[in-house]
Design a protein around this ligand. Structure first.
Ligand code: AMP
Ligand code: MN
Ligand code: MN
Length: 332
């Protein structure tokens, strides 16, 4: 493979060419997977099957897959928990993983070839080969470019999985990353057979009751601080237990906090108990772009995009919320 403009940087055509020659693949996405993470895995696993390449999918951690994405082909078969052991000649493809840490890949051997496909501006280029395009609305848009460049046939199932990543990462084509290219990709996918209204029903109107009950808890704990500029809320372990919800049900709840009139930054903090004890998992959103929430997340070892970021720390919920208030108050 030829070198791109920076060491290890590759084009969609180069990834497609490499993909054809793979013996075995592990396709990885990030913990607490969202529609882009799972859309990538579903589309990629389907495509590998078409190409006759043995491929397994893996998402670190044990937290539930958000139920709205379980309709995507192959998602139920994705490996969970600790990184699986790799058979010889396996290449790892990472999708939508801003950092190696988020893919838990410290459990993978050092000598394995890593292909890093992502759209986070803060992605450090941890792969031997990196295709990072911060202008892409979703990582599935980049995956679509790879399939097109390789001349691979994008059937209705593959197109639907790619579309799910795009529609969710753009907030149903409403966020500032909704570029003309995002719409062009959506049009191309629709021409491949995506039933847009059906996807809408699956993703946005098939909400399990525990998720709505969890939203009710988040609204109960809602506080508007800094004169209305900051909306914060939290979900404790009890909230999950009493509503019958799991971590996957928290996906997207922060969207309700960011809707509030006058809110410029929204934060939702979830209590998370796992092998590292009790931790606080923070989601941050900027509504108007006046504060770069990825920079805030970096201060606590997290990351993300300018308007959607997150981090996880070993702190109690109240301490984290106060830290956020101080930081946002200083920055705004
Ligand atoms: P979330 O709030 O979990 O929906 O995540 C919003 C954005 O922040 C996504 O682009 C994530 O990839 C990123 N993000 C969330 N948590 C972390 C973390 N601990 N480290 C790096 N990036 C994160
Ligand atoms: Mn993601
Ligand atoms: Mn994404």
């Amino acid at each position: 493979m030829t070198e791109g403009p920076t060491a290890g940087s590759v084009t969609p055509a180069e990834v497609a060419e490499r993909l054809r020659g793979e013996k075995r693949i592990l396709a990885v996405s990030h913990e607490a997977p969202d529609g882009d993470a799972l859309g990538c895995l579903s589309a990629f696993l389907l495509m590998c099957e078409q190409l006759g390449i043995p491929c397994r999918g893996y998402v670190p951690g044990e937290s539930g897959i958000p139920p709205e994405y379980l309709f995507l082909p192959k998602v139920r078969g994705v490996l969970r928990g600790r990184p699986p052991s790799l058979e010889p000649e396996t290449t790892i493809y990472f999708f939508d993983c801003a950092s190696l840490l988020r893919s838990n890949s410290h459990g993978f051997p050092e000598d394995v070839v890593r292909i890093n496909i992502d759209h986070h501006a803060d992605n450090p280029g941890y792969g031997e080969y990196n295709l990072v395009d911060a202008d892409a609305a979703s990582t599935t848009v980049i995956l679509h470019e790879i399939f097109e460049a390789g001349g691979f046939s994008v059937d209705r199932e593959v197109a639907t999985a790619l579309y799910v990543g795009l529609v969710t990462d753009t907030g149903r084509f409403q966020y500032s990353n909704t570029t003309p290219d995002a719409h062009r990709t959506a049009a191309a996918l629709q021409e491949c057979g995506v039933d847009v209204a059906w996807v809408y029903r699956q993703v946005y109107e098939s909400t399990p009751l525990p998720k709505l009950l969890l939203l009710e808890r988040a609204l109960r704990h809602l506080e508007v601080r800094l004169g209305g500029a900051l909306a914060v809320s939290w979900l404790g372990n009890d909230d999950f237990v009493q509503t019958g919800a799991d971590e996957g049900h928290a996906e997207g709840l922060i969207d309700t906090l960011r809707r509030i009139h006058g809110v410029r930054v929204a934060a939702l903090v979830r209590e998370k108990s796992g092998e590292n004890g009790v931790q606080a998992k923070v989601s941050l959103r900027s509504t108007d772009g006046s504060l770069n929430v990825a920079e805030l997340a970096h201060k606590r070892g997290g990351g993300g995009h300018a308007r959607a970021a997150g981090f996880t720390v070993d702190e109690d919920l109240a301490t984290v919320l106060d830290w956020i208030e101080t930081e946002v108050g200083t920055a705004l």
